[in-house]
Design a binder for this molecule. Structure first.
Ligand SMILES: O=C[C@H](O)COP(=O)(O)O
Length: 308
């Protein structure tokens, strides 16, 4: 019997993507959902807040700033704003995202607030951000982060394997990483800014999903080029193709350089248009960002009620 993975790999080597065509489609997609009223804008902004992986990945991260991050993730809106918006249930970010050695701090902070069932803890792992470390230590990192309390692992692909066409080796590595995650969800960071071509982005997306990724993520936030909408479109098409092939829905996580309310809404519109409303939940869509949250909150519009 012919192995379907072998066939898919062979097809992937042959694909061609018309870059100018992809770039040109973005504006058309964004035009499909204009923001017409403050209520519509608020709905997009609140949705964006609930899908954030609130991130701190700095060399000077400490226990106290991880605690502050978790507090922000749990209560991003002021009491006043919650009242004015008439919200029935609390709004929280989907997860916090930290380095492996900071997972324990995040876990303690979230446990203290009794929110372990509401806020996920993601850890970047596997030699973040380059991925250029021995596979043994990369697997150990995953296990360490999971045993410290991480519920999601954001691994980085070894881009050198992609750039030299070693797709089978890349597949094998991701498979091993998936296994090391155990019950934790696996997010695969492609490092799109270092993959060279749209074709490589598509191939890396497909191979990561075939190897068991629960999410594919654009970037580490440390590359020169991070999350761009045309690359996002290529990844959405790969996710759609994988769903058609297998019936499995894989999530998308743009990350890196997403800083404005406009950026966030554009990503939501892209995913809504390309993958459908069922993808716009924290289960299937996240935005990885360190400085976006305050922008989203500040852009929520409160309309003044006319006095009777
Ligand atoms: O995974 C998340 C990214 O590292 C965050 O990037 P950012 O600091 O540009 O928002």
């Amino acid at each position: 019997m012919v192995d379907s993975k072998v066939l898919e790999m062979a097809n992937l080597r042959k694909i061609y993507i018309n870059k100018s065509n992809v770039d040109a489609q973005i504006q058309t997609i964004l035009d499909t959902h204009p923001i017409t009223t403050p209520d519509v804008l608020n709905a997009w902004l609140l949705k964006a807040i609930t899908v954030i992986d609130l991130t701190t990945l700095s060399g000077d991260d400490t226990r106290s700033n991880v605690f502050r991050l978790c507090t922000k993730a749990a209560n991003p809106l002021t009491r006043d704003l919650i009242k004015q918006l008439n919200l029935e249930k609390p709004v929280r970010t989907a997860a916090v995202c930290v380095y492996p050695t900071k997972v324990k701090d995040a876990y303690e902070a979230i446990k203290l607030m009794e929110l372990t069932s509401e806020i996920n803890i993601a850890a970047v792992a596997t030699g973040f951000p380059s991925g250029l470390y021995p596979i043994e230590t990369r697997l150990q990192e995953i296990k360490y982060a999971v045993s410290s309390g991480a519920t999601e692992i954001d691994i980085v692909l070894d881009r050198s394997l992609a750039l030299t066409g070693q797709w089978d080796a890349l597949y094998d590595e991701v498979k091993q990483m998936k296994k090391a995650c155990g019950k934790a969800h696996l997010k695969v960071i492609l490092g799109v800014g270092e993959l060279g071509t749209y074709e490589n982005v598509y191939r890396a997306s497909m191979i990561s999903m075939m190897a068991g990724a629960d999410f594919i993520k654009t970037s580490t936030g440390k590359e020169a080029v991070n999350a761009t909408l045309p690359i996002g479109l290529v990844m959405c098409r790969a996710i759609r193709r994988h769903y058609q092939n297998t019936g499995i829905r894989v999530g998308l996580k743009p990350a890196g350089g997403i800083k404005t309310a406009r950026d966030a809404v554009n990503w939501l519109v892209l995913v809504y248009t390309e993958l459908g409303p069922e993808w716009l939940t924290p289960k299937l869509f996240r935005i990885g960002a360190s400085s976006l949250l305050a922008e989203l909150v500040n852009n929520i519009v409160i309309e003044k009620k006319e006095s009777q």
